[in-house]
Ligand binder design. Structure first.
Ligand code: 5GP
Length: 191
């Protein structure tokens, strides 16, 4: 998506450890028009797929998941990373190693928000090593739901997870694929 690539070039910064900082438009401050455009683009890609739910993991995937859910006219659900008092007892869980925090979380989705009848689209802001996506896939599997695909705003192609998932026959659509960030210079590749 050209607008997303241009925004990354204009405002993204490369931090040590191969982290792309996009706090000014995606991760802390959010560019409302861009987020909604990302949501519409995801909805366009999955228009024929009869998606019933969008699934992400808190917190940075939520904005895009909501935008995609609005455009697809379906609910968006996020997996929680921390246990809270108002979380129902009946949950599907999966362990996820966090790329940015360097620790393992148990993510959880209440059983009432995902079920066998669902055709689920996973949405996230980044795809790096694929741990978040694989954790969400595990929850979909436990729920007996169908995985329609994964729609990602920014895939870091050089970390390989997107291509591994595609090789497994899983549909992965990334709106921007970063090929390299060497020397702080971001380069993109085609899908
Ligand atoms: P993965 O589980 O695929 O290794 O990493 C995906 C998750 O880690 C995303 O949900 C995202 O929040 C975070 N993440 C991974 N790489 C980056 C990055 O380069 N920049 C930012 N801002 N977040 C990242």
């Amino acid at each position: 998506m050209k607008a997303l690539e241009e925004k990354i070039m204009a405002e993204g910064t490369v931090l040590p450890g191969n982290v792309l900082k996009v706090g000014s438009f995606l991760n802390q401050q959010m560019d409302s028009d861009l987020i909604m455009e990302i949501g519409r683009e995801i909805a366009r890609l999955y228009a024929g797929e009869k998606i019933t739910r969008v699934l992400t993991v808190e917190s940075s995937g939520i904005a895009i998941a909501v935008a995609a859910g609005i455009a697809l006219h379906v609910p968006s659900v996020f997996a929680k990373k921390h246990k809270s008092a108002n979380m129902p007892k009946e949950v599907f869980t999966a362990p996820v190693y966090s790329y940015t925090h360097k620790e393992t979380y148990e993510i959880a989705v209440a059983k009432e928000y995902i079920g066998r009848e669902d055709n689920v689209l996973i949405v996230d802001d980044f795809l790096a090593n694929g741990n978040a996506v694989r954790g969400l896939m595990r929850i979909i599997e436990k729920a007996g739901a169908r995985l329609a695909g994964c729609a990602i705003a920014i895939e870091k192609g050089f970390q390989g997870a997107g291509d591994e998932l595609r090789a497994q026959g899983i549909r992965v659509d990334s709106l921007a694929i970063v090929q390299s960030m060497e020397g702080g210079r971001v380069e993109f590749r085609a899908q």
